[in-house]
Design a protein around this ligand. Structure first.
Ligand code: 7GP
Length: 841
């Protein structure tokens, strides 16, 4: 690295190069310097906001020094890198994470203490980076943490939305969306004004023959938008390796066009152009698992993909290698189909700009890409209308047609005469209008396709992608079960539990090798350990109870059983079944005598999650939960026996308070609909048990922790089709308990029944697509078993310890190692000083 610096500068550089702080004094010095110079304030009026800003800048300086070294190390080692393309990175807060990963949180705590601040208050100042909707976006964030912590050469590429996922407010029981303008002050990004790419839209294609007789295609005209890079450093845990997340922001290109308008006195319309360009990266689409086919969304996708590929190709070209070596240097992972245009864009670059032959180029493309599918829900599978495509990206559409033709010809060769098959697998759907099927394009353009849990990976092979398994063979399809980072989801969210575990395992090494948790199992019957364990859970519940009190005004008893369901609101996730179950419980309590009531475990049912703004049914579920809460929580007769809470604006930083506080959490999707789930893993890792269906990763969690430690219920995925069929064509008796719940709703017990008629009607009259009525009985009887089990606290605590001990498999480190080996073919590039960051083991 040193040798790369020109001789004359080397001396000065060595003398003055940035030295990251290590001690409390140096940290304080940095904070004061940032307050007084960077922020232009004095220490006399340094409030918590300024202290947050200065502390973050001090850590950012530290990260960026290591970031630089990491990038240089990778460049010189000339190793293969992976690029993770994701439209969503749900990062949450950065300061706490940076302090812990670097191993200097204690230093910062003391330093801030000297300056008159409590570190918790300073951490609270940070606005979440909420650049994602739910599971898919948070998975990408966990992956970045693991990639850096394992020292893999990896970059994330995404969009720098001006507005992240909306802020949810509950007004009179209804969800109201408020814009999340999060960029007011963001110390975690570096604008790279020197890294800007012009991105073209619209226009026409022109073909001609060059001197050698070769056909040349040019894409001309249209409009140009400029992409500017913003870099976010991603620190690894207990390693100096610091990776990069590059987010693109859109601006109008300062072309002659604008100037002409300006000179003609048309100032307003030249400003309008500017604003139009900026809209591309302005908002995150707030739909989770729903494709809306909006032109601006396709524009976002191409803008981001084109800028990222330009960057990746530029970096590759600096190595002066032959194009054939591209897949040896570059792996690109498509996080769902949103970046699938990258397949087409790389093919375009290779044939139109670099002059490669089609086959040679296509060979490079397919070796480069891998595609991860995150859902089988039909409404989430992306399709773009051909006319829209033709207008926005004419050259790409013509390449897609060529890709499709070559592909269909090969299918025809192997399956002569099977026209049905050709129609089924065609990338172009022959509908009115024609549609481009993005998932099919992603499969054809990648060398590996994976699902995110075993059941899900099996399902995609037997349902939505069945024909492709026959065409490409089964080896192209694989499974990588999701994981979560134990740094954020144990060490950061639950510091006391992490410390207790460390005290028994002899240090924090389990945070880098989660299978070490296995050794905890021998403490499952240790009296003192169990007491400490239970005490920490109680303290976490007290913390959540306080949060509930300040945000909702409701007092809950921290000794009650905390039953939590937090995730995006969706019919397939079945929050409606949960609230119907709560109503059933309420009716049961009301009908009980005093003696019977004494035997009941008091329960707090906690809900949280956002509904997509246009998803009316999901919003109705939110309304019902709040309406039930308003009645139950004010019923003196019920008191502590039941409370119903809706937590406003569920996000990553709130999850860090909520997840450690559960006794039981709910993962109750209709079997076969939840691809994996990741919060199920977080809750168990924090000493909560789960109630769930045989779906997604619940199945593998059961296998790991033992069926005796999880409350499974409900129909299996293989029965779903028959049940749906029976709903439509058979006679159905509504479950008696569910019928009573519906009667209560219809009798206006929770306010005007008309508000909820769609929810009830979906089950009663409209086919009950999500099988609420089929699973309701086993759901409520399993909830009774939860009560029963909770009564034996001693046994319950042992179960939670054993479960935590067996959760090692679900670290995202395991998951990333699997991707690295079976899909990306990349190796870690471990810095010499790895594990020497002074972190206590
Ligand atoms: C989610 C899945 O619903 C969830 O089961 C999974 O754990 C998560 O991805 C990570 O793999 N999918 C989405 O969030 C989503 O929007 C549609 O999928 C593209």
């Amino acid at each position: 690295v040193e040798a790369s610096i020109p001789e004359p500068q080397r001396e000065a550089w060595k003398r003055f190069q940035a030295k990251p702080f290590e001690t409390k004094d140096d940290f304080e010095k940095e904070v004061v310097r940032h307050v007084e110079t960077t922020l232009a304030r004095s220490m006399f009026n340094c409030d918590e906001t300024a202290a947050y800003a200065a502390a973050s800048l001090a850590f950012r300086d530290r990260l960026i020094t290591e970031w630089n070294k990491t990038q240089q190390r990778q460049t010189f080692a000339d190793t293969k890198r992976v690029y993770y393309l994701s439209l969503e990175f749900l990062m949450g807060r950065a300061l706490d994470n940076a302090m812990l990963n670097v191993g200097l949180k204690d230093v910062a705590k003391d330093g801030l203490g000297d300056l008159g601040f409590r570190i918790e208050d300073i951490i609270e100042q940070e606005h979440d980076a909420a650049l994602g909707n739910g599971g898919l976006g948070r998975l990408a964030a966990c992956f970045l943490d693991s990639l850096a912590s394992l020292s893999y050469p990896a970059w994330g590429y995404g969009l720098r939305y001006r507005y992240g996922i909306f802020k949810q407010e509950i007004v009179d029981g209804y969800q109201v969306e408020v814009p999340d303008y999060w960029l007011d002050f963001n110390p975690w990004e570096f604008p790279r004004h020197d890294i800007a790419v012009d991105i073209q839209f619209y226009g026409n294609i022109r073909k001609y023959q060059d001197d050698t007789g070769k056909t040349v295609v040019v894409w001309e005209g249209g409009e140009i938008v400029k992409a500017t890079a913003y870099d976010v450093p991603i620190p690894g845990f207990d390693t100096p390796a610091t990776n990069n997340l590059r987010l693109w922001s859109s601006k109008a290109a300062s072309g002659e066009f604008d100037f002409q308008k300006f000179n003609n006195g048309d100032y307003e319309s030249s400003v309008a152009d500017q604003q139009r360009a900026e809209t591309i990266s302005a908002v995150l689409y707030p739909n989770d698992s729903l494709d809306r086919g909006k032109e601006l969304r396709l524009k976002q996708q191409y803008f981001w993909v084109a800028a990222s590929l330009y960057d990746i190709v530029r970096r590759f070209k600096k190595t002066k290698r032959a194009w054939g070596e591209f897949p040896d240097q570059v792996a690109i992972q498509l996080n769902d189909t949103h970046p699938t245009l990258a397949v087409v864009e790389l093919q375009r670059i290779l044939i139109d700009l670099e002059g490669l032959e089609w086959d040679e180029a296509w060979n490079i493309v397919t070796k480069t890409f891998g595609y991860t599918n995150h859902t089988v829900l039909p409404e989430a599978l992306e399709k773009w209308s051909v006319p829209l495509f033709q207008n926005l990206l004419p050259r790409h559409l013509s390449i897609i047609y060529d890709i499709n033709q070559t592909f269909l010809q090969s299918v025809e060769r192997k399956n002569p005469g099977d026209r049905d098959l050709l129609q089924r697998v065609s990338i172009i759907e022959e509908s009115q209008p024609k549609m481009v099927r993005m998932a099919y394009l992603a499969i054809v353009g990648s060398h590996k396709v994976n699902g995110v849990a075993e059941l899900h990976s099996d399902l995609i092979k037997t349902t939505i992608f069945k024909d492709f398994v026959n065409i490409f063979g089964p080896d192209k399809f694989t499974n990588v079960t999701n994981g979560i980072t134990p740094r954020r989801w144990l060490h950061q969210a639950n510091p006391r539990l992490s410390a207790l575990i460390a005290s028994k395992l002899g240090g924090l090494a389990f945070l880098k090798d989660l299978t070490l948790l296995n050794d905890l199992e021998k403490f499952a019957d240790d009296k003192d350990f169990k007491k400490d364990w239970a005490e920490i859970k109680h303290a976490n519940k007290v913390r959540l109870a306080k949060h509930i009190k300040t945000t909702t005004g409701v007092t809950v008893n921290p000794s009650a059983l905390f039953d939590i369901q937090v995730k995006r609101i969706h019919e397939y996730k079945r929050q409606q079944m949960n609230i119907f179950g709560v109503i059933h419980r309420y009716l049961t309590i009301k009908a009980m005598g005093a003696e019977e009531r004494k035997k009941l475990a008091p329960r707090v049912s906690i809900f949280g999650g956002k509904a997509a703004p246009g998803y009316w049914m999901a919003k109705t579920i939110v309304h019902l939960v709040n309406s039930v809460g308003a009645v139950v929580n004010n019923d003196k007769d019920v008191g502590d026996l039941l409370k119903v809470i809706f937590l406003e604006d569920y996000n990553v930083s709130k999850a860090e308070i909520i997840v450690p506080a559960s006794d039981i959490s709910e993962h109750i999707s209709t079997a076969g609909t939840e691809a994996s789930g990741t919060s199920n893993m977080k809750f168990v890792l924090n000493g909560g048990l789960i109630i769930g269906t045989c779906d997604g990763a619940n199945i593998e969690i059961t296998r790991e922790i033992g069926a005796e430690n999880i409350f499974l219920f409900g129909n299996l995925s293989e029965d779903v089709e028959d049940l749906r069929h029976a709903h439509t064509y058979g006679n159905r008796d509504m479950d008696a308990d569910l019928a009573k719940v519906f009667e209560a709703i219809k009798g206006n017990m929770f306010g005007d029944a008309n508000s909820f008629s769609a929810l009830v009607g979906a089950v009663e009259n409209h086919g009950d697509y999500y099988l609420v009525s089929d699973d309701f009985h086993s759901y409520i009887t399993t909830q009774d078993m939860v009560d029963e089990a909770y009564r034996d606290q001693d046994e319950w605590v042992s179960k939670t310890i054993i479960s935590v001990a067996r959760m090692g498999f679900f670290t995202s480190d395991r998951c990333i190692n699997e991707y690295a080996e079976s899909i990306w073919n990349i190796e870690p590039l471990v810095p010499e000083t790895e594990g020497q960051s002074g972190l206590e083991r």
